[in-house]
Design a protein around this ligand. Structure first.
Ligand code: PMV
Length: 326
């Protein structure tokens, strides 16, 4: 038997940056995101004699596979708690990632969300959405949100209470503006530790994130696109500011990213409403109303690496695929 799952990346409108617990991956504050409808990760898990991980057709070793095997250990622990005879089984994990890996496209989010769904099924666990989100969180914090359809709030809290759940929000478009490829210099894991331990603005980042999350939840529930966009842009800017204040400084945005933020401001002055955000990498995403998405994409396409700004919409949370679909 093989279990197959698909998940999509998510882009946070209120960012997660900083852990209260490194091992359990508990965030210092809550966050809120939109799950995308493209750049899927599709993952097959099959019980086997030895743990094995293949990503995009290449067998993985070292740190990359160790992270996947440590995640399988968590799944095996859950199987043991439930006295399932899969508890001691190893597994082969085969993943295909259709987005650029580790360049601020949240491939770890789609990757661990898909792995949580496929592995829990293959090991015979019957997890509800909340427990799937808690499990995905242990692979990568932001993966807790990719389990959820459309828009998700991930709660700070304890191992029990830190999960993502769906929140109502108006339809909107997320326009991907890729300006660079390649692996990022500092992983989000390392960057978060550096920020927490050396950035003097970190305490203010935590309290302002808690406040902004409440404002963002209210704006989503009210369907207030303008407030959602404004808050998303200011919060992303604050994240890059608190990171930049680390010692030594860390900078994920490059000059091409800044040009995109400038063009987004210019669009607003021209009466085309869009807002910018960026994760731990140089690629920018623009947020717009659905009816403005094509106009925004047309304005930003010339600033991209390959001339294409892709329009994405709210997508499905991680889900199992049947044999025919896989
Ligand atoms: O889940 P991680 O460890 O890849 O961290 C993701 C952090 C950001 O993408 C920068 C912000 C977020 O909330 O997704």
């Amino acid at each position: 038997m093989t279990s197959t799952a698909r998940a999509y990346p998510n882009i946070a409108l209120v960012k997660y940056w900083g852990k209260a617990d490194e091992d359990l991956i508990l965030p210092v504050a809550g966050s809120l995101s939109m799950t995308l409808d493209d750049y899927p990760t599709t993952t097959h898990v099959t019980l086997a004699d030895e743990d094995h991980f293949n990503l995009n057709g290449t067998d993985q070793e070292g740190k990359v596979s160790a992270r996947v095997f440590a995640f399988l250990d968590l799944v095996r622990d859950l199987a043991r708690e439930r006295c399932l005879d899969t508890a001691n089984a190893s597994a082969t994990v085969t993943s295909v990632n259709e987005g650029p890996t580790a360049a601020g496209m949240a491939s770890s989010a789609s990757g661990f969300a898909a792995l949580a769904v496929a592995a829990s099924k293959e090991y015979g666990l019957d997890l509800d959405l909340r427990d799937l989100s808690r499990l995905a969180r242990r692979g990568s914090g932001s993966a807790s949100r990719s389990v959820i359809d459309r828009f998700a709030v991930w709660h700070a809290g304890t191992d029990e209470s830190s999960f993502a759940e769906q929140i109502d929000a108006p339809d909107m478009a997320m326009i991907s503006v890729p300006v660079a490829t390649g692996e990022k210099a500092v992983s989000s894991r390392q960057g978060m530790v550096a920020t927490a331990t050396t950035s003097p603005f970190y305490p203010a980042w935590i309290t302002s994130t808690e406040e902004i999350l409440l404002e963002m939840i209210a704006a989503c529930q009210a369907g207030d696109f303008t407030t959602i966009g404004e808050i998303a842009e200011v919060h992303a800017t604050r994240m890059h500011a608190v990171i930049g204040a680390s010692r030594p400084s860390i900078r994920y945005l490059n000059s091409a990213s800044i040009d995109v933020f400038d063009e987004i401001s210019q669009m607003r002055r021209d009466g085309l409403e869009a807002y910018g955000t960026a994760d731990a990498g140089p690629n920018v995403f623009a947020i717009s109303r659905v009816e403005d998405a094509q106009a925004v994409a047309d304005r930003l396409a010339p600033l991209t690496r390959d001339g294409e700004a892709k329009i994405l919409y709210p997508g499905r949370g991680a889900h199992l695929l049947s044999d025919g679909e896989a």
